[in-house]
Ligand binder design. Structure first.
Ligand SMILES: Nc1nc2c(ncn2[C@@H]2O[C@H](COP(=O)(O)OP(=O)(O)OP(=O)(O)O)[C@@H](O)[C@H]2O)c(=O)[nH]1
Ligand SMILES: [Mg+2]
Length: 195
């Protein structure tokens, strides 16, 4: 699929959902996808990783969501673990934007998130938003704290997220779409095209 390919009047926008280990990427796609999502989760073997959960994405997640009759998002979730980081580049080809998911309950993983964001900045200059996930958990750090700890400037949206809650997932995606739209030159929009 080329960037924002137009087929039969339908616009399919490729979006990547990334973030550190166990941040909630697979759950995010599962909550919003119109189709049964494709996932590639396998048993986790290292003991320190099994403390958090028992399976992990090794290749990708895939789901789709129709925003309206003309626009659909094709969502590609990445593995979170750095040992599968070769997939980040593959999955980012042709992506118009990406979501960086952060586990708000685990500041110990913020350094990993910073490394991931640096790597994505090398891979693509597409716009992104940060989802401060697991805000339903009493241990979740506030969004403003997550922003400060990650050193994110105000122009990058940092949004509260509960990946199990479709409404917050949708808000994250709509905010990313606004960021993508803001990059489209006015001369490229249909309303500004000359007759
Ligand atoms: N309370 C709470 N739990 C969540 C939320 N999102 C995900 N989880 C849980 O967090 C764990 C990790 O979620 P996943 O969706 O597997 O995380 P992931 O980022 O895909 O993980 P990897 O692919 O292994 O990097 C699972 O047990 C989820 O049920 C959330 O918003 N709130
Ligand atoms: Mg996953």
């Amino acid at each position: 699929m080329r960037n924002g390919e137009i087929t039969m009047n339908a616009l399919k926008l490729k979006i990547v959902i990334t973030g550190s280990y166990a941040a909630g990427k697979t759950q995010f796609i599962r909550s919003i996808s119109d189709i049964d999502p494709v996932s590639t989760d396998y048993d986790v073997t290292p003991d320190d990783e099994r403390e958090l959960k028992h399976n992990t994405t090794v290749a990708l997640d895939f789901g789709t969501i129709a925003i309206n009759e003309r626009v659909s998002l094709y969502l590609f979730g990445t593995p979170g673990q750095e040992r599968f980081d070769f997939m980040w580049e593959h999955l980012s080809i042709g992506a118009l934007g990406y979501v960086v998911m952060v586990d708000s309950c685990r500041p110990g993983h913020f350094a990993e998130t910073l490394r991931l964001m640096d790597r994505f900045a090398e891979i693509t200059d597409a716009p992104f938003v940060v989802a401060a996930n697991k805000q339903d958990d009493p241990a979740a750090l506030p969004v403003s704290y997550v922003r400060r700890r990650l050193g994110l400037p105000l122009e990058i949206p940092v949004l509260p997220c509960i990946a199990t809650d479709r409404a917050t997932v949708k808000t994250v995606l709509l905010t990313l779409l606004q960021q993508i739209a803001a990059r489209v030159p006015k001369s490229a929009t249909p309303s500004s095209a000359s007759a």
